[in-house]
Design a protein around this ligand. Structure first.
Ligand code: C5P
Length: 316
């Protein structure tokens, strides 16, 4: 990636990027690689449960300042947002200060990719603010070094993801559907889930003919995905957390077309064709105070940018 100066530095410009959660409609975990990661094959889709990432660039300041009002969210260099801002500054080679305000709504340890989405939103927002004109592929190159799911969010709303998570091919899935996300009071650590899966299964199952067919497509239907939905993490994670299996069963009883754990958990989601059925199921599950329940549509486009100061004319 080449370093470059932006056309100009708009003084104290700011932007808000809305960072959506994702669900895995299919998640297959394949062989372990020599770098310790696993090859995976997944269909991911963004859903309209969003964090807000507000970014301000100050030409007078230096360094990165992150603020976040949510308990348990680090506001230092360990946060993926901070790492993303740092990586962008490094690639851009710019003498500016960056202030980021993070408003969290996506639960953590949830398999919903919240931290990765925030990082992608930071890269995208800075690309726009600093007028770097990086392509999605260039931004994804920066993102994939930060975490396995970051690149996906730059290609949102839907993509076939493979390799360690860095190989992302957008795929068209027509129309919006409704998702009921159920997050229990506990989280699941991704590293633990991979370890548990690898140590409990007898071997790696290759991609089915059905999934291989999906892999060849540029466009998919919801019917195709409903028939092919599965997640390899369910067996080891449900064995440790039987409540998740119960939630899945309840969602199916309440009329979900299918129900699945997302990522390595702990969120389980129900997929509904109709908003009314999704809302009824959500209301039922909200009666349990131990569960966080979100009823949201699937996203129809890339990450939304809701606010941007007008660009100033190029200086010199
Ligand atoms: O990249 P990320 O931080 O999300 O990964 C967390 C952990 O999950 C890694 O340290 C690794 O142990 C495991 N992982 C894996 N294969 C992947 C992605 C993650 O083994 N494709």
């Amino acid at each position: 990636m080449t370093k470059g100066q932006p056309a100009f530095l708009p003084p104290d410009a700011s932007i808000t990027v809305h960072a959506p959660a994702k669900v895995n409609l299919i998640l297959r975990i394949l062989n372990r690689r020599s770098d310790g990661y696993h090859n995976l094959w997944s269909i991911m889709h963004t859903v309209a449960l969003e964090d807000d990432v507000t970014i301000r660039v100050t030409s007078s300041g230096r360094g990165i300042k992150l603020t976040c009002g949510t308990e348990g969210v680090p506001d230092d260099h360990t946060n993926l947002v901070w790492k993303a801002a740092s990586a962008v500054l490094d690639h851009a080679g710019l003498p500016v200060g960056i202030e980021v305000e993070l408003c969290k709504r996506i639960p953590m340890g949830a398999g919903l990719g919240g931290g990765s989405s925030d990082a992608a939103a930071t890269i995208m927002g800075l690309n726009q603010l600093l007028q770097m004109k990086w392509s999605i592929t260039e931004m994804a190159e920066i993102g994939q070094a930060l975490g396995s799911d970051v690149a996906f969010f730059l290609f949102a709303p839907s993509a076939i993801v493979s390799g360690r998570g860095e190989t992302v091919r957008p795929v068209i899935i027509e129309d919006r559907r409704w998702i009921v996300l159920i997050k229990p009071s506990f989280g699941v650590e991704t590293k633990w889930a991979y370890h548990e899966l690898a140590s409990t299964r007898t071997g790696v199952r290759p991609l089915s003919a059905e999934h291989a067919e999906i892999d060849r497509r540029d466009q998919l239907t919801w019917d195709q995905l409903t028939a092919a939905a599965e997640n390899d993490f369910e067996i080891p994670v449900f064995a440790k957390h039987p409540l998740l299996r119960e939630i899945k069963r309840t969602l199916l009883d309440l009329g979900a077309q299918f129900a699945l754990m997302s990522g390595s958990g702990a969120t389980v989601f129900g997929f509904f064709n109709e908003e009314s059925a999704a809302r009824l199921a959500g209301a039922q599950l909200k009666e349990n105070p131990e569960l966080k329940v979100f009823v949201v549509p699937t996203c129809l486009g890339p990450l939304r940018v809701s606010q941007s100061l007008p660009a100033r004319p190029t200086l010199g």
